[in-house]
Design a protein around this ligand. Structure first.
Ligand code: NAD
Length: 437
């Protein structure tokens, strides 16, 4: 089977590599010519564990191709996936300009029946608009070529993307007719054979499922952060509360961790887009609006703690930061909490030194040299008044606290992800402040 995937970012590249791994002949298309040149040489522009090997093997096997030009493969493919970005617009709604651009390119190039499948996260009703764009372009060409649109939202998690794609909890597919369903059925047959759930539904429900899923996960995080903040004020320990409620089968233990707020390319923008969809339809999404509000506040928790600990006198202090990426195992810094913490500290006149195993280049690209970039986690703490853990990379789990204390000027650690045992640090004369304890 031959398919094309337009947009070679986190989702498009992972999907392309994984479909190729399953024997599909995949052409990945992107407007970014330098990205495509690197990929043609087997160089991966993002950090995602295992992706480099999978791309290289499938390139060598001749099942994975990279191009800037959809017309190069359009005659051979049955399905064209659109996996371009849907960044937030000024009002919080999803900016669909790239999605429509792909629809136009699709319509300008098809010569036979082809299905355009949207993998990007798009608001309910987008498929209808995509169809209108295609009809308009076909009309301009003066041709009447049959086509279908479908929705296949992606649920992979950065950092675990290959495993998530190959072993999904479920695959959601929205279609309008049997034609498109048959093609999607054919593509996902290996998943069905491996007993993964493929859920067919109407397109609006598929589009909505993605937003509902991300908003539900974000809700659990903001809920726990709210509970954590109250725990601090009443002398309870949020970790105990988490065990206490996570053991209830109706609640479950996953996604109940409190911390310094969620970031990333999905939760923040998808939550805002859902709120906006509500507004556009005359409906106030009260729960989701609160989720967003709590998260914005939570991203300030680290700064607020430092502000209080140092008695509002932060100017001239030195703070070390461990972790820049929005979560471990990725170099993605979109809406990362680290950016908020750094910004607030710099504005308060603090000298900030940072370390992340893979996101340093990305951080330099975003904020330049306003912070000191270090080669390892210990270099950051040299002469620091405080150390802040923002991203819980595995290598930060068991630091040599003796060494840390010797290098630091002060003795304050803020554990933004609740991974440390306070008593381990106390032994070395360090005071550890968690979230909700
Ligand atoms: P990304 O920004 O990493 O990649 C998008 C790619 O699309 C870029 O390489 C860009 O050059 C390319 N592009 C833009 N316009 C194009 C065009 N007209 N033709 C060809 N290529 C074009 O984005 P991403 O993180 O992969 O996200 C893509 C979509 O998937 C978004 O809607 C996102 O919400 C959704 N999603 C992302 C994740 C995730 O973890 N990143 C998970 C699930 C869903």
């Amino acid at each position: 089977m031959d398919i094309a995937i337009v947009g070679t970012g986190y989702v498009g590249l992972v999907s392309g590599a994984c479909f190729a791994e399953m024997g599909v002949n995949v052409t990945c298309v992107d407007v970014d010519a330098s990205k495509i040149s690197r990929l043609q040489l087997g160089e991966i522009p993002i950090y995602e564990p295992g992706l480099d090997i999978m791309v290289k093997q499938n390139l060598e096997a001749g099942r994975l191709h990279f191009t800037t030009d959809l017309s190069y493969c359009i005659d051979n493919v049955e399905l064209v996936f659109s996996a371009v970005g849907t960044p937030p617009d000024e009002d919080g709604s999803a900016d669909l300009k790239y999605v429509f651009e792909v629809a136009r390119t699709f319509a300008q190039n098809i010569k036979k029946y082809t299905v355009l499948v949207t993998k990007s996260t798009v608001p309910v009703g987008t498929a209808k608009k995509v169809k209108a764009v295609i009809y308009e372009e076909l009309k301009k060409r003066g041709v009447d070529i049959p086509f279908d649109v479908a929705s296949n939202p992606e649920f992979l998690k950065e950092g675990n993307a290959l495993k998530d794609f190959m072993n999904p909890d479920r695959i959601v597919i929205g279609v309008e007719n049997e034609h498109a369903r048959n093609l999607m059925d054919k593509l996902y047959k290996p998943f069905v054979q491996n007993n993964y759930q493929v859920l067919f539904m109407d397109i609006p429900s598929a589009e909505m499922t993605k937003y509902a899923a991300n908003s539900m996960l974000a809700t659990r995080i903001s809920f726990m952060n709210d509970i954590a903040n109250l725990c601090e004020r009443v002398g309870a320990n949020v970790d105990m509360v988490r065990y206490g409620i996570g053991t209830d089968a109706r609640i479950g233990a996953k996604f109940l961790y409190s911390g310094c707020g969620y970031g990333g390319s999905c939760f923040p923008k998808d939550v805002r887009a859902l709120i906006q969809t509500g507004r556009e339809n005359g409906y106030e999404m009260c729960v989701i609006e609160a989720v967003e509000k709590v998260n914005t506040r939570q991203k300030s928790v680290i700064f607020d703690k430092l502000f209080n600990i140092f008695d509002k006198k932060l100017k001239g202090r030195s703070v070390a930061l461990w972790g820049l990426a929005f979560k471990p195992e990725t170099d993605d810094m979109r809406e990362a909490t680290a950016l908020v913490v750094i910004d607030k500290l710099i504005k308060a006149g603090v000298k900030v030194s940072v370390y992340d195993p893979v996101a340093i280049d990305e951080c330099k690209r975003r904020i330049g040299n306003v912070v000191t970039y270090c080669k390892n986690m210990y270099e950051t703490v040299l002469d620091a008044d405080a150390l802040v853990l923002v991203t819980e990379w595995e290598q930060f789990h068991f630091p040599d606290w003796k060494r840390v204390k010797k290098l630091m000027k002060g003795n304050v650690v803020i554990d933004g992800r609740n991974i440390y045992r306070r008593k381990d640090l106390e032994k070395e004369g360090i005071i550890c402040y968690g979230i909700g304890k």
